[in-house]
Design a protein around this ligand. Structure first.
Ligand code: GLY
Ligand code: MN
Ligand code: MN
Length: 464
C-alpha cells in the first residue's frame, strides 16, 4: 500500500511544478445495460497516483495547499444493496484529504477559479471537464494543459521507493502464477485451463490481471487473447501476463515461453537461447544515460546474428541490421515504461517517451519503438525481445519488395508453424546498474524442470 504521506508528498511536488488550482478527475463507471450492472471499473492512474482514491466518480481539487476530495454521496439504499458505506468524514480520513464533500458541490466551488485540468480518455468525463473549465479539452497531443501533463509525466515516470516495493510485491504474486501455470502444462490439457489457472492464482493473492492475459500457442500473434486451443505436443506456450495489486494498482509485465511437452524440439531450443541472450544483453544495457533506442539495438544485434546463423536471412549481420531485415522476425520495440499502467503513461501519447519534436521512426519494426529517451535512475522499463515467424509479415508484398532478396524462403518454409518466443522482464534503472524486479525462471533447463511437474489445470480446478 502507498502511505498517505507519499500521496501528500506527490501533491506537494506537483504544486511546486505547476501553479494554480488543479482539478484531477477520477474515472466514472460505465453501465453495461443498467447502472447497477457496470462494466469492470478501474480508477484513472493519475488520479490514483495523487490521491490513492480508488472510488468511481471522484474528483480532487488541489488549491492553495489544500486537497479537497469530491465524492458521490452514499445513496439511502446503499446499505441494502452494498452493505455498510463509509460516510464522507471517514473517507476524508482514509484518503488524507483536508475535506471530503459531495461531488454535486464541485461546479459551484470551481466556478470562479482559473482551473487547470487534464483531458482524460473517458469521453463523458472529458465533456464534463470541458464544461467546468469553459473550453473544449481534447484528449491527445497536449492533453488539455501541456505544462500540467509534463509535470505529471515527470513525477510518475520516476518511481519512488513505495512504488518499487509495490511492484516487487506484484512481481512476487505473478511469479507464483507463472510457476503454477508452467507446472500444469501438459499435452492434452487446454490453453483455457492454463489461462484460468494463471488468473486464479493472481486473485488468490489479492491481485488482478493488469491487462488481458496473453496465453497462447500462437505466440506469433503478438497480443493474442484467444485461448481456445488444446495443448499440443511439439508446440510452445507463450504467456504474457502481469498481476496488479488490488489496492494500489501497481503491476508488472512478464513473458515466458516454454514447450508444452517439457522438451524443446528441432530448432526451438536454439531460438529460445537466442532470445534469452538478446534479452540478457539488452537488460545489461539498461544503465543511466543510455538511450533506450540502443537497448533495442543491442537486442537486435543478437537476434540478427541468430537469423544469419540459421540461414533464415542471406548476408552479413551488420547489413541485415542496417537494412532492418531482422525486424521481420522481431517486429516490435524492446519495451516501454511500466508502473500503474502496463504501458505506463502512454495515455499521454509519445510525450513521456520521445524527445519533444522527435517523431517515431517510420521503418517497420522501429515504428513500434515505444521509448526513445536516455534512461534515468528510477525509471522502470520492460525488456522484451522476441523471435516470431509471422506468415502475414513474411508474405507482405511491401516488406517483400524491400527485404525479399535477403530472405531465404527455403529455410523460412521449414520454420512455418513455429509460432513465437518472447521473454520479458521489468527493470529498474539505478545509478549502480539494472535491477531486475521480476524473477520467474527463464534459463532453459530450469524451465524444463518445472513444466509438467504438477497436476493439470483441469485436475486442480475441476477435479478431473
Ligand atoms: N503485455 C503487453 C506488452 O508486453 O507490451
Ligand atoms: Mn510489455
Ligand atoms: Mn507483456
Amino acid at each position: 500500500m502507498i502511505p498517505l504521506q507519499r500521496h501528500k508528498q506527490r501533491r506537494q511536488q506537483l504544486a511546486e511544478r505547476v501553479s494554480g488550482p488543479i482539478l484531477l478527475l477520477g474515472n466514472g463507471t460505465r453501465a453495461r445495460n443498467l447502472p447497477m450492472t457496470p462494466l469492470p471499473f478501474r480508477q484513472d492512474s493519475t488520479f490514483l497516483y495523487f490521491t490513492g482514491c480508488e472510488r468511481p466518480h471522484a474528483a480532487a481539487l488541489l488549491h492553495d495547499g489544500r486537497f479537497t476530495l469530491y465524492l458521490p454521496e452514499p445513496a439511502p439504499d446503499d446499505a441494502l444493496w452494498h452493505g455498510h458505506t463509509d460516510d464522507l468524514q471517514a473517507l476524508c480520513a482514509r484518503y488524507g484529504a483536508d475535506e471530503a464533500v459531495p461531488v454535486a458541490r464541485l461546479e459551484q466551488d470551481v466556478q470562479s477559479l482559473p482551473l487547470r485540468v487534464l483531458a482524460v480518455p473517458d469521453e463523458a468525463r472529458n465533456r464534463w471537464a470541458s464544461q467546468l473549465v469553459g473550453h473544449a479539452l481534447q484528449f491527445g497531443r497536449d492533453h488539455g494543459d501541456p505544462e500540467l501533463a509534463d509535470a505529471v509525466i515527470a513525477l510518475r515516470r520516476t518511481k519512488d521507493a513505495d512504488e518499487i516495493a509495490e511492484m516487487r510485491q506484484a512481481a512476487s504474486i505473478t511469479e507464483k502464477a507463472f510457476l503454477a501455470t508452467m507446472r500444469a502444462t501438459q499435452p492434452g490439457s487446454h490453453e483455457r485451463g492454463l489461462w484460468t489457472l494463471f488468473e486464479a492464482v493472481l486473485r488468490m493473492h489479492d491481485g488482478v490481471p493488469g491487462y488481458d492475459t496473453i496465453l497462447t500457442q500462437s505466440g506469433e500473434v503478438l497480443h493474442n487473447n484467444d485461448h481456445s486451443a488444446p495443448l499440443q505436443d511439439g508446440r510452445l506456450v507463450l504467456l504474457d501476463g502481469g498481476g496488479e495489486l488490488m489496492r494500489s494498482g501497481y503491476g508488472v509485465d512478464i513473458t515466458r515461453t516454454w514447450p508444452v511437452s517439457g522438451r524443446f524440439e528441432g530448432r526451438q531450443r536454439a531460438a529460445y537461447e537466442a532470445v534469452l541472450e538478446s534479452q540478457r544483453v539488452a537488460i545489461a544495457a539498461c544503465t543511466v544515460g543510455r538511450e533506450y533506442r540502443s537497448v533495442h539495438d543491442a537486442a537486435c544485434t543478437v537476434l540478427a546474428q541468430f537469423l544469419v546463423d540459421e540461414g533464415l536471412v542471406r548476408g552479413e549481420r551488420d547489413g541485415i541490421l542496417e537494412r532492418g531485415t531482422h525486424a521481420l522476425f522481431f517486429p516490435h520495440g524492446v519495451g516501454h515504461h511500466l508502473g500503474l499502467d502496463v504501458h505506463d503513461l502512454e495515455n499521454f501519447g509519445d510525450r513521456p517517451a520521445y524527445p519533444p519534436g522527435v517523431p517515431r521512426p517510420e521503418p517497420f519494426g522501429t515504428r513500434y519503438l515505444r521509448l526513445n529517451l536516455p534512461l534515468e535512475a528510477g525509471w522502470v522499463v520492460t525488456v522484451e525481445p522476441g523471435f516470431y515467424v509471422v506468415p502475414a509479415i513474411l508474405q507482405d508484398p511491401e516488406l517483400l519488395a524491400l527485404h525479399g532478396s535477403a530472405l531465404n524462403t527455403d529455410a523460412i518454409d521449414r520454420w512455418q508453424g513455429f509460432g513465437g518466443i518472447r521473454i520479458e522482464d521489468d527493470v529498474l534503472v539505478t545509478e549502480t546498474g539494472p535491477d531486475v524486479l521480476t524473477s520467474v525462471p527463464k534459463a532453459a533447463d530450469a524451465i524444463l524442470e518445472i513444466v509438467g511437474s504438477g497436476p493439470t489445470a483441469e485436475a486442480l480446478l475441476c477435479g478431473s
